[in-house]
Design a protein around this ligand. Structure first.
Ligand code: PMP
Length: 403
């Protein structure tokens, strides 16, 4: 299938983040946390399409909501009630979101949030953090091939968890700064949560210099009923970007926040910001997202948290027991395994890629970089089996004992 795919798709896929050498598994089907590839191999999916499937694959309530909507029609050149219901559900969970607009992806969400901040402030400079991932549009991929230097010149990189370093990085350019964007829980950067103190510092700093504060909660929203902003000290951002779980497994995203910033998109206004999009607020994705959020009661978040803790604690205990050079991190339902530098991988592989491939052979699907998430159908036995498999795979690469 990989060979067939490469004739049509560069690298055999259509998404950089899911490629892993020598080729990614090609999936046929999923149910709960189980997936089956085209050869019939079964996996326990601890990635859930990069943390977006918080209820697992083909959850019956999501399937029912989607089926009902599909039968009523897939998209209209007109707003629908279901996107209003989804907006209301999100606003009830994230009070900083006074108004919201829906997109088709997290990339579009951060693109429009940044544009809104630039238009509102009349400034052009954006500050983002080292290790951050905000999608694939030009500004957030500054310095990448194909992004004009002029665009990259409008981006500053900030050090993580370092207030003085942040002040130094923007020194002299404070009045050019439109916004600081931060993932309150970094995903791609190696799952790590900002401290409430650091978020408070960013709030005070942006208020002082007249810049906007944007929380990118595309991944982080899943850490609790009120997202990362409800959990990490209650700092109120000016804008929040969403994606992944608000689409319930379907393509979606959103950006929202202060009414005076968001009302720039009010088409009744002269000079309103343009936010077209043939599939914006798509009713099928909205139905899936709404069914997902409604299923996510406080009790279910607590269950996810317990499973996440069991996984991190179990890994930490196994690593210590076996004297393995690795670390487990994460928050709530998100986790990450960080292999250490003393591990020795088979030739041609890194410890990280060897762990990823080894776990696939063991029937566990994580991100190639070691990130994963538990979802509501995950059981304690699934978690314990994964812990044992990770310890075994790391053990086979631990040639030198660690102290
Ligand atoms: N922001 C964050 C924090 C993300 O993790 C991602 C995707 N992993 C994005 C933005 C981009 O979202 P999408 O892939 O839906 O464009």
């Amino acid at each position: 299938m990989f060979e067939r795919a490469t004739a049509s798709l560069p690298g055999g896929s259509t998404r950089t983040t899911i490629f892993s050498a020598p080729y990614p598994p090609y999936m046929a089907r999923g149910e709960g946390i189980r997936t089956w590839d085209l050869d019939g191999n079964e996996y326990r999916d601890f990635l859930g399409n990069y943390t977006s499937l918080i209820l697992g694959h083909a959850h019956p309530e999501v399937v029912a909501a989607v089926t009902a909507q599909v039968q009523r029609g897939s998209a209209f050149a007109a707003p629908t009630e279901i996107e209003i219901e989804l907006a209301e559900e999100i606003r009830a969970r994230l009070p900083s979101i006074e108004r919201i607009r829906f997109t088709n992806s997290g990339t579009e969400a951060t693109m429009f949030a940044i544009r809104a901040a630039r238009a509102f402030s009349g400034r052009s400079l954006l500050a983002k953090f080292e290790g951050a991932y905000h999608g694939t549009h030009d500004t957030v991929l500054a310095w990448s091939p194909g992004v004009p230097e002029a665009t990259s010149g409008l981006v500053i990189e900030l050090p993580w968890a370092d207030p003085e370093g942040v002040e130094r990085a923007i020194a002299g350019r404070e009045r050019e700064l439109a916004a600081i964007i931060i993932e309150p829980v970094q995903g791609a950067g190696g799952v790590r949560a900002a401290t409430p103190d650091f978020l408070r510092f960013l709030r005070e700093l942006t208020d002082r210099i007249g810049a906007l504060l944007i929380f990118d909660e595309v991944i982080a929203f899943r850490v609790g009923p009120n997202g990362a902003q409800g959990r990490l000290g209650g700092v109120r951002p000016d804008l929040t970007t969403l994606g992944k779980i608000i689409g319930g497994g379907y393509p979606s995203g959103g950006f929202g926040g202060r009414v005076e910033v968001m009302d720039q998109f009010d088409a009744r206004r002269a000079g309103a910001l343009v936010h077209g999009g043939t599939f914006n607020g798509n009713p099928v994705a909205a139905a899936a997202g709404l069914a997902t959020l409604r299923h996510l009661t406080a009790a279910r978040y607590a269950d996810l948290e317990r499973l996440g803790d069991r996984l991190r604690d179990g890994l930490t205990a196994a690593l210590e027991r076996d004297g393995l050079d690795a670390r487990a991190g994460g928050i709530a339902s998100i986790f990450q395994v960080f292999p250490g530098s003393s591990l020795v991988a088979p030739e041609g592989l890194t410890p990280q890629s060897a762990l990823f491939l080894g776990l696939l052979l063991d029937g566990f699907h994580l991100a190639p970089r070691g990130m994963g998430a538990v979802s509501t159908p995950t059981t304690e036995a699934d978690v314990d089996d994964l812990v044992a498999a990770v310890a075994r795979r790391l053990g086979s690469m631990q040639t030198v004992a660690v102290a």
